[in-house]
Each structure stands twice: as structure tokens, then as C-alpha cells.
Design a protein around this ligand. Structure first.
Ligand SMILES: Nc1ncnc2c1ncn2[C@@H]1O[C@H](COP(=O)(O)OP(=O)(O)OP(=O)(O)O)[C@@H](O)[C@H]1O
Ligand SMILES: [Mg+2]
Length: 217
């Protein structure tokens, strides 16, 4: 069964049409990259999938239709979204931010410590800064925390909006390698919106280009 199926997805803002019929199928353990320049609609696509922008068409997560549901309900059905802004809670510690992420899942109280331990294997730096307010982390560390927090929701499908933003080329490469490991170990579908074609090519099973509001292979 596919992790994510998208068919004929249309979305925009008022009279401004941005997506004109996006089709995408991505399986479990796959990393799919959506490339496109500024303004192509990458963020709009991810926001439409997670219910933050009104859209028409079909979106299935693990086979179940989710389009039209409230964002928090879509999250509970297994869609994790790391936004462009990261959105970590600055005054809360790293550990508190990660624990908040567990509320997105079906059984919020079970297995949290095991999941924390797994997140630390992906991002050891988070364990080293466990009691630090998230707002005092470096930009790159905040990006890792945002991904870690999304993983605490045990997503079937993980959406990442330009995770390379603000990272050095070396750190970007390492992050993409980690995303490949995450897709394999978590059995998740990872969809990354990026401008950085070079880094994306490192781990992507497939690369699509968002052009004129549609996806091309
Ligand atoms: N709230 C909004 N109201 C009106 N237009 C919007 C809104 N948000 C985005 N747009 C427009 O939609 C288009 C797509 O924007 P989007 O943010 O999806 O692009 P992007 O591919 O993520 O770009 P970037 O690489 O700069 O993040 C742009 O032309 C943008 O100006
Ligand atoms: Mg964007």
C-alpha cells in the first residue's frame, strides 16, 4: 500500500491558482523530492496536503482519504509536517518540544521513551542539549528538533519544507543521509520540498519538478 497518494490536487489563494492538478504516489520507505524555484508552489503543496490550505482533488495517507479534514485530524491519521518556519516552542526545552510531538499520534502515552531514544540515534545533538530552551538552539539544531518532534508523532508520511535552508553544504548532505535512514527504519514515506537539487539527489528515490502548478518526473 502506498504511503501517500495525491491525485488532481488543485489549490491557491483566492483568485490566485498555484497548483493545477498535482499527481504523486510515494510508497513506504521512499524519499521523494519535489524541486522548484522560489514561488513554484512547494510550500503550497505541502500545506494543501496537511490541510493548512484549502484544496480539491484526492489525498490518501496509508490508503485513507484525508482531504477536507482538519489539520490536527490529518496529523492524527499519520501526516507529519515540518514547516518552512520550523515552529519549535522557544521557551520550552528540547525534551519538552519532543514530548509535545507525541500528542499527534494515535496512542499519545505509549512508548514515548523508546521513541525519544530513537530520535536521539538520528540526531545525537538533541540529547546533548536536552534541557536547553529550544529558542537558544542554533538554526540547524532547531531544524533537527523540528524533524525530531514530527517523528514523535510516528508519522506514516513526513513532509519537510526546505530542510536544507540555513545549513552548510556538509550539514545538508548529512541531514539528507539521515532522512534516508529515517525513511527505512521508520517505514515512513518522506516527501521533501527543496531548491537544493544536488543534496536532494543524494538519497531521493525519485525527484519531481514542480512546474506550472504540476509535477513532472
Ligand atoms: N497566503 C497567500 N496569499 C496569496 N498568495 C500566496 C500566499 N502564499 C503564497 N502565495 C503565492 O503562491 C505562490 C507559491 O508560493 P509558495 O510559497 O508555495 O512557493 P515555494 O515554492 O514554497 O517558494 P519558496 O521556495 O520561496 O519557499 C507564490 O506566487 C506566492 O506569492
Ligand atoms: Mg516554500
Amino acid at each position: 500500500m502506498s504511503g501517500l497518494e495525491v491525485g488532481g490536487l488543485r489549490a491557491g489563494y483566492g483568485a490566485v491558482r498555484v497548483l493545477h492538478g498535482v499527481d504523486l504516489v510515494a510508497g513506504e520507505r521512499e524519499v521523494v523530492v519535489v524541486l522548484g524555484p522560489n514561488g513554484a508552489g512547494k510550500t503550497t503543496l505541502l500545506r494543501a496536503l496537511s490541510g493548512l490550505v484549502a484544496a480539491r482533488g484526492v489525498v490518501r495517507v496509508g490508503g485513507a482519504p484525508v482531504l477536507g479534514l482538519a489539520p490536527e485530524e490529518i496529523a492524527r491519521r499519520g501526516l507529519g509536517h515540518v514547516t518552512e518556519e520550523r515552529g519549535v516552542f522557544g521557551p520550552l526545552t528540547v525534551e519538552e518540544n519532543l514530548r509535545v510531538g507525541a500528542f499527534a499520534r494515535a496512542w499519545p502515552r505509549r512508548g514515548i521513551d523508546d521513541d525519544l531514544a530513537r530520535v536521539f540515534t538520528y540526531f545525537p545533538v538533541l540529547q546533548a542539549h536536552l534541557r536547553q530552551p529550544a529558542g537558544t538552539l542554533s538554526g540547524g539544531e532547531q531544524g533537527m528538533l523540528a524533524i525530531g518532534r514530527a517523528l514523535m508523532g510516528r508519522p506514516r508520511v513526513l513532509l519537510l519544507d526546505e530542510p536544507s535552508r540555513g545549513l552548510s553544504p556538509g550539514l545538508t548532505d548529512r541531514l539528507f543521509q539521515t532522512l534516508g535512514v529515517i525513511a527505512g527504519r521508520e517505514g515512513a514515506t518522506v516527501v521533501v520540498a527543496e531548491q537544493n537539487a544536488r543534496a536532494a539527489a543524494l538519497v531521493a528515490d525519485r525527484v519531481h519538478t514542480l512546474d506550472g502548478g504540476r509535477l513532472a518526473a
